[in-house]
Design a protein around this ligand. Sequence first.
Ligand code: 5AD
Ligand code: FES
Length: 354
Amino acid sequence: MNRADFFLAQLDEDSPVKDYIRELWALSLDKLKSMADDACKNTYGDEVYLRGLIEYTNVCRMDCLYCGIRKSNDKVNRYRLDEDSILAAVEEGYGRGFRTFVLQGGEDPEWPAERLARLVAKIKELCNYEVAVTLSSGLMTKDDYVILRDAGADRYLMRFETADSKLHERLRGGISLRRRIQALLDMRDAGFELGSGFMCGLPGEDDEVMLKNLYLCKLLELDMIGIGPFIPHPDTPLKDAPQLGLERTLKAEAILRIILPGANLPATTAAGSLQPDGRERMLECGANVLMPNLTPVIHKKDYLLYPGKICLDEDGFKCVSCLSLRVASVGKKIVWDIGTSKNYKERNGHVSRT
Ligand code: 5AD
Ligand code: FES
């Protein structure tokens, strides 16, 4: 059996781990929060890592029903940053102490793996090989991932979005969950620190689907997991879907910290957009990463995956002082470390290429 099929088959089967996740899901948010906080303190103490996010293109060949920059949304003002603007943002970030940059974009045909690889190599050189580069550029071939890894990219983020095969295909224009899982396995084979995750509260997601979301993260032994509330975008087919509260996301976050104590978990912008203190609530439920948005301010408003996104008029570096206060309010502190995930370090015998 193919490895992706093996994961899919396991997802549907009962197992002690799945039973444990089911038991956790039945607990109250308060209880989960205190368990997750203990687990987080054990692995990451009170430290919160920063990642500088650069949204380098909002052009996307995909048409996911939930996403504000889907191909069919012709209201979007499309942009692509060129190499010089990306390097300028990185240089400033590096000067101010950032040691991880996340390049996130749509699946843009003008940014094939070879071009991204050249950019990654330049970023590494510019930052004296002292930074980690994370890519979040969607689905590519196995060979593409190897090219990117060889160029020096350290981490790859690609959420599976939902672990329910039927829902996945319906929301993602017929692309299968199996293909998504295959790509994640390809990334791991290429040697990346592996990140994925899902949205919480998608229409059609019941508790069983949520259980599968959590279980898939565990089966994949992810190094980084980004989750956030689904927020309906008015210019997408899901515009009339109900908006669920943040509690579902917070419970899921806490369970992830309990079952994957060594993973890096960001307190996501979507959580902060749904609720003013959403990121702080996530930090209290086990999150240990924040991702200030270093995209040039003129373009920020054009990368609206969901409405109500925060900090659109803010220079990303201003966010850092705001975030320090927010982090302090929940008894944690920002550290300027490269912040490799403990899972990854253990799997790779503490060998880091950066
Ligand atoms: N609401 C919340 N999150 C969304 N994303 C895409 N569209 C939405 C939305 N409407 C998330 C997806 C994607 C990540 C970059 O943003 O999970 O992987
Ligand atoms: Fe951006 Fe507070 S995090 S202004």
